[in-house]
Design a protein around this ligand. Structure first.
Ligand code: SAM
Length: 234
């Protein structure tokens, strides 16, 4: 997979991309991540990327020119047409299901906004889809882009030490994951459930399924409603 990111702050990505699973995925060639500084595609001496909103109002808006120029440049760098995503709080809420869907793409192109956001013609003109990482407003799209990259890259076959380990993760099957324990068996008087020490894999699987359901019911009942909705929708 190739992921391009258009951003005004490429340096923000250095550390998150340089550790652990995302680092290894790049080293082993599972993913190539390229950062492009939108400011490199300005044409004036001040390297201007934003301007006042038409109609008045506070703040500045990201201009079309530099974003379109950066997009045109990056689009041609590889044969496959990129699936283009604007990070914006107005987008479709990001979920594990979307991460799974995106992990099957050959190419993604992410565009991180700043200021008051994008001139509307950027979304229209690039035919970009919009993704939000939650109902709150951050200063820029860099952290959202990093969230998306990390969620997608860990799903690429071979990215995790054991591909099975993502199978039971929260949200994968519409439930929260069951509780986990490791050594020591007893810590400050708190015991590991006997069933996990029993070696009976059938019973352990049953117990985990029941625990998953129970904590989902308690902590995220909305997930169960979503599932019921899907089942009755056919
Ligand atoms: N004025 C915009 C609005 O109300 O919709 C918010 C602009 S925000 C301050 C600047 C940039 O941060 C956005 O263009 C977007 O790229 C990014 N951003 C902020 N919150 C986000 C979120 N929840 N999900 C994705 N991107 C976000």
């Amino acid at each position: 997979m190739r992921i391009d990111v258009l951003t005004l702050f490429p340096a923000m990505f250095e550390s998150p991309l340089a550790f652990s699973i995302v680092k290894r995925a790049q080293e082993t060639g599972l993913v190539e991540i390229r950062l492009t500084d939108i400011r490199d595609f300005t044409t004036d001496a001040y390297r201007k990327v934003d301007d006042k909103p038409y109609g008045g109002g506070p703040g500045m808006v990201m201009m079309c020119g530099p974003v379109f120029a950066a997009y045109d440049h990056v689009k041609t760098l590889s044969g496959d047409a990129p699936r283009t995503i604007l990070l914006t709080p107005q987008g479709r809420p990001f979920t594990q299901a979307i991460a799974q869907e995106l992990s099957r793409e050959k190419r993604l192109l992410l565009i991180a906004g700043r200021y008051e956001g994008f001139d509307e013609r950027i979304r229209e003109g690039l035919g970009a889809e919009q993704i939000s990482i939650g109902d709150y407003v951050l200063n820029g799209g860099e952290l959202p882009a990093m969230v998306l990259i990390e969620a997608v890259v860990r799903l690429l076959p071979g990215a995790l030490g054991d591909d099975e380990s993502a199978r039971d993760d929260s949200f994968v099957n519409g439930l929260l994951e069951y509780p986990q324990y490791t050594r020591p068996e007893v810590f400050r008087g708190m015991k590991t459930p006997d069933i996990l020490l029993s070696g009976d894999h059938g019973k352990i699987a049953q117990w985990r399924r029941a625990q998953s359901l129970e904590r989902t019911r308690q902590w995220r009942p909305d997930l169960l409603k979503d599932q019921e909705g899907k089942n009755t929708d056919g």
